[in-house]
Structures are given as structure tokens and as C-alpha cells.
Design a binder for this molecule. Structure first.
Ligand code: AGP
Length: 609
């Protein structure tokens, strides 16, 4: 979704901001723009619809340089992707420039009031009210910082904002409420962004803004005032002790395929130093400090969205089976509005690849004052969720750039497996067997990936259909749901995931020769039960593609196609099936000629509720 980058220093920051915006491209956007505040010229503004390369090309023609630059990539929420709607936005007299992530919920009321006061508007956005509101208060107070504070006081919603003005040419203001913003201190300049990856290219010295912080940067100094506590404080400098991994495509045509092929290495990294299959024990350093609290937990609520939610469902089955603790999985977007009693012996686990998903953050905010233990299973190190939870476990999946989550899902499920074993903390036959399977999982996935041409052929055979059902029981159920989501996301084909046993309670009505079913049987124990559902589908002429870890000669000819997964036990077959379904969705999308990494209407990091 939207991205923010800013530069203030002595040299030219245009290229830095442009590079930063490129770094944010993978998050999804539809237009981009920059504003430069120059010492002896009028402010410069340039916005372009489409790729950042469009902005770059137009910029080259202008030969602009500036020591105070703000930039933005926009993912449309209010108003279509047009030049006018893209950021930065400015006030009527073109002296105040703003880039904004988030949503101003009461912008229509503010807009009306400003129109009544004589202001006019050129865009359909919520953001445009902000520079005009600051302008209005500045005219009254003649104090720019005060004007910002008064304007912020009128806003309802979420924001990360950079504010630059030709009225104060050497100052950059930043503020946040519910949307991330981080400042990095390089030797001769300060770079600010909505994503720390942008900063890491410049420096490891950073400070994260907290909600209600208003920071004023002047030269290489930053002064922060929290508008809620009214405390003025020096920035708390943190050192990011990790480097960005090289994540180029290498020989892969797209990130989604590359990231699926990253999965074996992802699992090795996620389990490195954490598992001891011989002893059947797990060590998760991130949980050490809260283990005594975890011993008293009698209920777990998992909150997450999309693919992470399906990983959470996997987690529910795992934790209940392995650690005997009751688990509920709730969509983060629903959790916020659910009124339910939550006791202090509850643990809330937030699962998020990006660590920045607004709904998941809101779910954690809701339980902030309940005294419950909050854990995170997060991929992006230093992200908001990793900072607002009490403890957690990183997925170590590396950067995931394709909008469709693949390797992060697998590592989330692997981490949930380890977490279940850690919660039980008992060395027995079951724990040894599961850990042995987890240790062998990377090579089994490599075996599956080596059959990519077979999977490609199957995908090409099925890409002509307009509707799909994905079914499974037990661990295969979240896998089926995730398989359907993956296909929808990247191929725009209607797909639904169902618990196999639910077929005759409704969905069977849709089945005919044009409505194929992908049936998942990763768990041998459930073979016969799920196969009965397959027979019901076959009896209604529905085509069936079976994905199974069980070789069964009798049933082979009773389905249209079958893909055999590498042999495994426990829930491992369902993880292998999930990887098959990721590749299946990938090849269907490619066959239909879509941009698999950047599906229409979607963004990688969903930072608005
Ligand atoms: C996954 O393929 C999707 N793009 C989406 O459902 C995603 O999983 C969801 O938005 C949650 O994101 P998060 O894991 O970063 O919180």
C-alpha cells in the first residue's frame, strides 16, 4: 500500500527519495510523486500515474535537485489513481506539502468547513484537507508548528505524515497515528520512511516514531513531542542489527516463483538452532522471557488476516493437538468489533508477514489494557507488530516481495509447529517424530519442486475453468482455503475453499462438468473420509484434481487427475499440498498471462483498516 520517503540534509536528496520509493514498489501502488522545498526557488512538485519509472523519466527532463524532499507511492483509497489524486498534496497557496499514509475518516466534514471558509479542492482525496487545514491555522497563529498541532487535533483516523513547507524551508515535520514512520540518521543527512528497509540502505541508526509523536527535523537534529503526553524527548536511537538480504530475481522470471523456490531454505533458517529432533525439544529464544507466564495460559486467541489467518487455523489444530490448550482463530478485522470476555490467562498471538497489517495491529490495540500476554509471529524484523507485542518468534523467511504470500505462509506454519511443541515442552515419541519430519521437510519440498513441469501441465489443463472448489479435512482444510485464496489472488478465477465434509450441506449444488474441485488429502488418516466426498462430486460429473500423499491404485482412475506428494506423516502432507497449490496458482496465472507478482487491486502490506 502507500509508501512514504523523505530526505533532509545538505546534499541533493532527489535520487535518494526516488530509490526509496522504488524500494517500496513491491507493496503495491498506482501513482507516485515528489515535492522539493528549495531555498531560493518556489517548491517543485511532480506526480505521475503508474510506475515510478514514469516519475523518474519526467524528473530527468527537469534536472531538479533539492536538500528537502518528500515522496510518496499511492495505493488508491479515496478517488481513482490520477495525477490529481496522487501525493504530495498542497494547500491553495502552494506553500505547504504533505504526503500521507492512512485514512482521514472525517475529511468530508473538514472539507465542507474549509470550503465554507473559501478554500477550494482539486482532488477527491482525504489527504488534501490536511495542508489546507494547516494553512488555515497558520493564518490564525502565524506559528507553523502550532498550526500543525491544531490541524492534527481536528483529524479523525490514521496517519503517517511528512509535512514540508516553503514557509520554513529548513524544517521537515513528521507525525504518526496508527501508521508506521521511522527516521534514520546517516552521517550528513536524515532519511525518513514508512518502511525501515528504505532506511537500511543509508544507516542502521534509527528511531521509530510512536503514536501522537510530532517530530521536527532541522539540519541533523530531531526534536520529538508527544501530543498526547505533552512530553518533549530526545529520539530513542536503535541500531538495526541486521542487513538487508540480496533479494534479486536471479534466474527466476517472477518473485512469486522465486519465493516458492526459496521455501526449503526458509524452513532451514526458521528452524536453525531452534530444534533438536533427537531430544524432541524446541528452543525459541524469543519466548524465553515469557515462559513463566505461558505456563499459566488456559486460552489462546490467534488474530491475523488473509493467508496469515489460514496459517493461524493451522496453528489452532496444531496447538490443540500437541499442547492441549484451547485455541480460537479470529479474523483481525472482526476481532476488533467482537465483544467477548477475555481473562488475564488468555494469550493473544498475532500472525503477520509484514508486521504492519492495520487490522492485526488494531486487534492488538484492543487487548492492550486487558493485561493479557501478546505474542507475535512476524516475518519483518523491527516491524510494528514485533514492537507492540510482549514477545514473539520471527519467521526468518527473508523479504517476500510478491503480493501473494508463499514462503511466509510455510514458515508461519513451521513456527506454529515449533511453538506448539515449546508450549508442551515434553520430549516424547510424538515430539521426536514431528521434529524429524520438520527437519526433513526442506528436502521433501525440493522433491516436490523438482516436479514443477508436471504441476505446470496440470495448471494449463485447468486454467480454462471459471470456478473452482478446494476441499480438505483436518489440516487439509486450512490448506484448501489457502489454495483457493492463492488462485483468486493471482488468476482472478472464482475459487472457494470448503471443509470436505461440508460439501453436501450446500456447495454440492454448484457442481457440474464445468466446476472442478481440487481435493487435498495430505493426511493419510483422512483418506477414506475425504474420498467419499470426492465420489459425491464425481457422481455429479464434477472434474476432480486430487492432491494426495497416499498412493492408491484403486482410486487413481476414479479422479480426472492426481498429483502425488512426497510421503510424509502428521500435518506435513498438508504443508506439502500448500506448496503444490501455490505452484498450481502460479502456473494458472502465467497461462492466463497475468502479472503474477502484482495482482490487480491488491497491495502487499495492508496498512489501512
Ligand atoms: C496473501 O497472499 C495475501 N496477500 C494477504 O491475504 C495477506 O496474507 C494479508 O493481507 C495479511 O498480511 P500480513 O501477513 O502481512 O499481516
Amino acid at each position: 500500500m502507500c509508501g512514504i520517503v523523505g530526505y533532509i540534509g545538505n546534499a541533493d536528496g532527489v535520487d535518494y527519495v526516488l530509490e526509496g520509493l522504488k524500494e517500496l514498489e513491491y507493496r503495491g501502488y498506482d501513482s507516485a510523486g515528489i515535492a522539493c522545498i528549495n531555498k531560493d526557488q518556489d517548491p517543485f512538485l511532480l506526480k505521475e500515474v503508474g510506475r515510478i519509472t514514469n516519475l523518474e523519466k519526467s524528473l530527468k527532463k527537469q534536472k531538479i535537485s533539492s536538500s528537502l524532499v518528500i515522496g510518496h507511492t499511492r495505493w488508491a483509497t479515496h478517488g481513482k489513481p490520477t495525477k490529481n489524486n496522487s501525493h504530495p498534496h498542497y494547500n491553495n497557496s502552494k506553500t505547504i506539502y504533505v504526503v500521507h499514509n492512512g485514512i482521514i475518516e472525517n475529511y468530508l466534514d473538514i472539507k465542507k468547513e474549509l470550503i465554507d471558509k473559501g478554500y477550494s479542492f482539486y482532488s477527491e482525496t482525504d489527504t488534501e484537507v490536511i495542508p489546507n487545514l494547516i494553512d488555515y491555522y497558520y493564518a490564525k497563529t502565524k506559528d507553523f508548528k502550532k498550526a500543525i498541532k491544531l490541524a492534527l487535533g481536528d483529524l479523525r483516523g490514521t496517519y503517517a505524515l511528512l509535512i514540508a513547507s516553503s514557509l520554513l524551508k529548513d524544517k521537515l515535520y513528521l507525525t504518526r497515528l496508527g501508521s508506521p514512520l521511522v527516521a534514520g540518521f546517516a552521517k550528513d543527512y536524515i532519511v525518513v520512511a514508512s518502511d525501515q528497509n528504505v532506511i537500511l540502505k543509508h544507516t542502521q541508526k534509527v528511531t521509530y516514531l510512536e503514536d501522537f509523536d510530532l517530530a521536527e527535523i532541522s539540519g541533523n537534529k530531531i526534536k520529538i513531542e508527544n501530543l498526547k503526553t505533552l512530553k518533549v524527548y530526545d529520539p530513542k536511537i536503535e541500531i538495526l542489527d541486521f542487513n538487508l538480504k540480496e533479494d534479486s530475481l536471479n534466474d527466476f522470471p517472477d518473485y512469486m516463483l522465486k519465493e516458492i523456490f526459496d521455501i526449503p531454505e526458509t524452513i532451514r533458517l526458521a528452524t536453525k538452532g531452534r530444534i533438536d529432533p533427537k531430544k524432541g525439544l524446541v528452543k525459541l529464544g524469543g519466548l524465553d522471557n515469557v515462559m513463566s507466564q505461558l505456563e499459566h495460559i488456559d486460552r489462546i486467541i490467534i488474530v491475523a488476516c488473509g493467508t496469515s489467518y489460514y496459517a493461524g487455523m493451522f496453528g489452532e489444530y496444531l496447538i490443540e493437538e500437541i499442547s492441549d490448550i484451547p485455541v480460537e482463530v479470529v479474523l483481525a478485522s472482526e476481532f476488533k468489533y467482537k465483544k467477548e470476555p477475555i481473562s488475564r490467562s488468555t494469550c493473544v498471538i498475532a500472525i503477520s508477514q509484514s508486521g504492519e497489517t492495520a487490522d492485526t495491529i488494531a486487534a492488538l490495540e484492543k487487548v492492550k489494557d486487558f493485561g493479557v500476554l501478546k505474542l507475535g509471529i512476524v516475518n519483518v524484523i523491527g516491524s510494528t507488530i514485533s514492537r507492540i507485542t510482549d514477545a514473539g518468534v520471527y519467521c526468518h523467511a527473508g523479504t517476500e516481495k510478491a503480493v501473494a504470500s508463499t514462503k511466509a505462509f510455510v514458515s508461519q506454519v513451521v513456527i506454529l509447529t515449533l511453538m506448539s511443541l515449546r508450549l508442551k515442552n515434553v520430549s516424547n515419541k510424538q515430539s521426536k517424530q514431528i521434529l524429524k519430519e520438520i527437519e526433513n521437510l526442506p528436502s521433501k519440498i525440493e522433491e516436490l519442486l523438482s516436479k514443477k513441469n508436471e504441476i505446470k501441465k496440470l495448471s494449463q489443463k485447468y486454467s480454462k475453468y471459471k470456478d473452482f472448489l478446494f476441499i480438505g479435512r483436518g489440516y487439509d482444510y486450512p490448506t484448501a482455503l489457502e489454495g483457493a485464496l492463492k488462485l483468486k489472488e493471482v488468476s482472478y478465477i472464482h475459487a472457494e475453499g470448503y471443509a470436505a465434509g461440508e460439501m453436501k450441506h450446500g456447495p454440492l449444488a454448484m457442481i457440474d462438468q464445468n466446476f472442478p474441485t481440487v481435493a487435498v488429502i495430505g493426511d493419510e488418516v483422512l483418506y477414506e473420509k475425504t474420498f467419499s466426498n470426492i465420489e459425491e462430486i464425481r457422481a455429479r460429473k464434477g472434474p476432480v484434481l486430487l492432491v494426495s500423499s497416499t498412493l492408491n491404485k484403486k482410486t487413481k482412475n476414479m479422479v480426472d487427475d492426481v498429483f502425488y506428494l512426497p510421503k510424509s506423516s502428521n500435518h506435513i502432507g498438508s504443508i506439502l499440498a500448500a506448496v503444490f497449490l501455490q505452484l498450481f496458482a502460479y502456473y494458472v496465472s502465467k497461462d492466463l498471462g497475468f502479472n503474477v507478482d502484482r495482482p490487480r487491486n491488491l497491495a502487499k502490506s495492508v496498512t489501512v483498516e
